[in-house]
Write a protein that binds this ligand. Structure first.
Ligand code: NAD
Length: 462
């Protein structure tokens, strides 16, 4: 492992002098061509690992990765350009630029839930910024991870990208190496381990973590539209999405109507037996299936009513979507990130209740609001904290190329995607040039002239 890291480090140092636009674009385009050429293999790997429908793999794995590449290629010239900085009063007589420079060798650690997109998305940003990369995909999706080795070997020079497969032990060994940036996507628990490990080498780190992303429905919400977006965001990838709506706060009077609308939309998308739909993704493995079943048993034992929308096929880790009524904060469903097709619906009488509950917990990655009244949307967004906010939609803030996407507090630190991702993997180096700086007039020895000048300056600064 150390030898592979050293080879990347040597390659990265050799390239530093000639890290122009063309080789970066060439690397990104090469990846894009390999992805298009190997589409069928990607679809097959995702079907093996997650039972994902081909169309869903195209829509949620291949397309957003290609979009990140094409967006980066189109904007790279501008992103790489030195950024002019205007002088402040004391800086008159100088000029300054911010020079984006590659950090060096980056480590990308990816999760299993979108094993292609969440491995290659940060890799694209790191390469756009001119870095060499070690990619550590998830051990939980072995078919996709093995394919990523082949894809990267075909698309990139060996001294530009290396893919290292393995689990926690391999990730731990990688984290001992003095990378120049670590980009980790995964659970808050492992995020803590990564942050502690990177402290040893003072390596800068981006943590894209998870958590409970709540939905708040307003009294005037278009419930049909809300149910459509919530049902989609909850059942897509069987709810195994960091930005999946975790639970819904709904005005008490609207609860029956919302429940019916959600049932209707899930049936429309996945049939009356959603568990038997070929479009429903499977739970990644039996451990996660058991984790979700334990949440359901706990909720049922504590008095929740569970509406099961179809039959499960535990042998194939297929879990039918569930709506949960009558949940309480004592239930594990409302304590841990659900990360599965289970949706608690929580009635409220006064908006202050959901706001207080959201603010009492860890800061969510995303918060969704469904309402027509802009005042309601403003109040919820202003009085809560979350990595991002989606209004009258779900999931989409994650895939907007012109947004930086990241969490806050327990849902993460730093951000990725598009230009923000490029900046994350760059050192934004200020370069300042003296032309006729008047500051020399304030150099010692101090005296009357200094004091007069300081007086003038202070008058300006007041
Ligand atoms: P995870 O934390 O279990 O694993 C993520 C990666 O960390 C894997 O590659 C794994 O091998 C590695 N890892 C495991 N133990 C490690 C250790 N001790 N030291 C170093 N690395 C270790 O997460 P997961 O189960 O793969 O993914 C699900 C989680 O990821 C959820 O919490 C979800 O919300 C979050 N997530 C966040 C985003 C985002 O953009 N914020 C996106 C997708 C998933």
């Amino acid at each position: 492992m150390t030898e592979r890291f050293e080879a990347l480090r040597a390659g990265s140092e050799a390239r530093r002098a000639e890290l122009g636009l063309a080789p970066r674009r060439a690397a990104l385009k090469s990846l894009s061509q390999v992805l298009v050429r190997r589409r069928a293999e990607i679809i097959a790997a995702l079907a093996t690992d997650l039972g994902k429908a081909p169309d869903e793999t195209e829509l949620t794995e291949i397309m957003p990765t290609l979009s990140e590449i094409s967006h980066s290629c189109s904007h790279l010239r501008g992103w790489m350009r030195p950024r002019r900085v205007w002088p402040t009063l004391l800086m008159v007589g100088t000029s300054a630029r911010v020079l984006p420079q590659p950090k060096g060798v980056a480590l990308v650690i990816a999760p299993w839930n979108y094993p292609l997109l969440l491995a290659l998305g940060p890799l694209v940003s790191a390469l756009a910024a001119g870095n060499a990369v070690v990619l550590k995909p998830s051990e939980m999706t072995p078919a996709t991870s093995a394919l990523l080795v082949q894809i990267c070997a075909e698309a990139f020079a060996a001294d530009l990208v290396q893919v290292v497969q393995g689990g926690a032990d391999v990730a731990g060994a990688l984290l001992d190496l003095p990378f120049d940036h670590v980009f980790f996507t995964g659970s808050p628990g492992v995020g803590r381990i990564v942050l502690a490990a990177t402290a040893k080498n003072l390596t800068p780190v981006t943590l894209e973590l998870g958590g409970k992303s709540p939905v708040v429905i307003g009294p005037d919400a278009d419930l049909t539209r809300a149910a459509r977006w919530i049902a989609w965001g909850k059942v897509l990838n069987a709810g195994q999405i960091c930005v999946s709506p975790d639970h819904v706060f709904v005005p008490r009077a609207l609860l029956p109507q919302l429940t019916e609308a959600l049932k209707g939309h899930i049936a429309k998308s996945y049939g009356s037996d959603a568990g038997a739909s070929p479009d429903l993704c499977q739970i990644v493995n039996s451990c996660h299936y058991a984790r979700l079943s334990a949440h359901l048993s706990d909720a049922e034992a504590k008095g929740a009513q569970i509406l099961t929308l179809g039959r499960d096929a535990p042998g194939r880790n297929l879990m039918a979507p569930r709506l949960v009524l009558g949940s309480t904060p004592q239930m594990t469903l409302l304590q841990d990130e659900i990360f599965g097709p289970i949706l608690p619906l929580i009635p409220y009488d006064d908006l202050a209740e959901p706001i207080a509950r959201i603010n009492a917990g860890p800061k969510p990655l995303t918060l969704y609001i469904f309402a027509k009244d802009r005042g309601f949307v403003r109040r919820v967004a202003a009085q809560t904290q979350s990595g991002s906010v989606g209004v009258n939609l779900t999931v989409m803030p994650f895939v907007h190329n012109n947004f930086g996407f990241g969490g806050i507090g327990q849902s993460g630190m730093g951000a990725g995607h598009g230009k923000v991702g490029f900046d994350t993997f760059s050192h934004l180096k200020p370069v300042m040039r003296n032309q006729f700086s008047l500051l020399t007039l304030l150099f010692p020895p101090y005296g009357v002239r200094t004091r007069n000048l300081l007086r003038v300056l202070l008058a300006y600064l007041r």
